[in-house]
Design a protein around this ligand. Structure first.
Ligand SMILES: [Zn+2]
Ligand SMILES: [Zn+2]
Length: 293
C-alpha cells in the first residue's frame, strides 16, 4: 500500500487472491498463488477499493494493519462484492482491520431473493459456521444492496451490472484518474463462446485493464459448459470485442498448476483475437499494475 502524498498518484491495482472456486496450496501453486479472489485498487482521493472478499483478503488485512498502526487510525474502505459464492466471501471474518474500533467498510453487493445482503452475510458469519457473530466485530460493516447501479465513491465512478453466472452476480467498472479498470471474475460464457452480452460490453468498453474469468480450456468447457465460467479464448474474445487494452486472466481453476497456467497464457497469446490487445497476462498473488497518467 502506498503512503499518502500531496499530489495525484497513479491508479494501483494489487492482486491478493487470484484462484477461483476453492483455495489451494502446494508446490504446483507457488507462482500464481492459491488464495481466492481479492484485488485492491488505490486511486487518488478515493477510499481503498477492495474487489471481492476471498481468502486473499486475509493477506491484504496484514498489509493494511501495519500501515494503519503507523498512521494511528482505523480503516475506511469500500468493498465491491460480485456475488456470494464461498470463494468470494470466505476472507471476510479473517480481515484483521475489522477488529479495530472505528473501522468502517462499506460493502456493495447483490442481495438474494427475499433476503438483503446484510441478512445473507449474517447468516453465514455465525455459529456453527464461524465461532462468533458478525455483530461482534469491533469495526462496522455497512451493507448496500446493489444491482445495476452507477455509484460515486471518492473520485471514482463505479458502474455495476448483472452478468451471466450462477446466481445473482455483478461485474464492476471503475473509472478513476482517467483510467478504467473492469472486474469480471465469474462470467458464464455462452455455449458457442461467440456472443458477448450487452451488459458485459457496456462494462468493458474501452477499458485500460480487464480482469476476467479464465477458468477453463476449450476441452474443459465442453464438460463444464454450465458451471458458470469462461475459457481463456472467450476472455480474449470479450476483451477484443470491447476494445480493451490489457487483459488479465483471473479466477484460475484449482486443478491448474503453475505450468498449466503458463501453457494457457502462451497458447492464448497466439490466438488471432489476441493481436487486437496490447497485453495478456495471468494474475498472480502480489502482482501490481500501475496505471500512470
Ligand atoms: Zn468464483
Ligand atoms: Zn461464482
Amino acid at each position: 500500500m502506498r503512503a499518502p502524498a500531496g499530489y495525484p498518484l497513479p491508479v494501483h491495482v494489487t492482486f491478493y487472491g487470484t484462484r477461483g472456486s476453492c483455495p489451494c496450496s502446494g508446490a504446483g501453486y507457488r507462482k500464481y498463488g492459491g488464495n481466492t479472489p481479492c484485488v485492491a485498487l488505490e486511486a487518488d482521493a478515493t477510499p481503498l477499493l477492495i474487489m471481492d472478499l476471498g481468502t486473499g483478503l486475509r493477506a491484504l488485512g496484514e498489509v493494511l494493519d501495519r500501515q494503519l498502526h503507523r498512521q494511528g487510525k482505523p480503516l475506511e474502505a469500500t468493498a465491491l462484492l460480485t456475488h456470494l459464492h464461498f470463494d468470494h466471501i470466505m476472507g471476510l471474518p479473517f480481515f484483521r482491520p475489522l477488529q479495530d474500533p472505528g473501522a468502517i467498510i462499506d460493502v456493495y453487493g447483490p442481495s438474494q431473493e427475499n433476503m438483503t445482503l446484510q441478512e445473507v452475510m449474517k447468516s453465514v458469519v455465525q455459529p456453527p459456521f464461524f465461532p462468533i457473530e458478525m455483530s461482534e466485530f469491533r469495526g462496522e460493516l455497512r451493507f448496500l444492496d446493489t444491482a445495476d447501479d452507477d455509484l460515486v465513491v471518492g473520485n471514482a465512478k463505479i458502474r455495476s451490472r448483472t452478468v451471466p453466472h450462477r446466481g445473482h452476480t455483478l461485474g464492476f467498472r471503475i473509472e478513476a484518474d482517467s483510467k478504467t479498470v473492469v472486474y469480471l471474475p465469474d462470467h458464464q460464457a455462452p455455449l458457442d463462446r461467440q456472443e458477448v452480452s450487452d451488459a458485459v460490453l457496456e462494462l468493458c468498453e474501452g477499458a485500460d485493464v480487464l480482469i476476467h474469468d479464465a477458468q477453463y480450456t476449450d476441452e474443459e468447457f465442453t464438460e463444464k459448459h454450465d458451471w458458470g465460467h469462461s475459457t481463456v479464448p472467450y476472455a480474449i474474445r470479450v476483451a477484443a470485442d470491447a476494445g480493451v487494452r490489457r487483459l488479465v486472466l483471473f479466477h484460475h481453476d484449482p486443478a491448474h498448476s503453475d505450468r498449466d497456467i503458463d501453457r494457457m497464457v502462451s497458447t492464448a497469446r497466439k490466438l488471432p483475437d489476441a493481436r487486437r490487445l496490447a497485453d495478456i497476462t495471468a494474475a498472480y498473488e502480489g502482482m501490481t499494475i500501475e496505471l500512470g497518467s
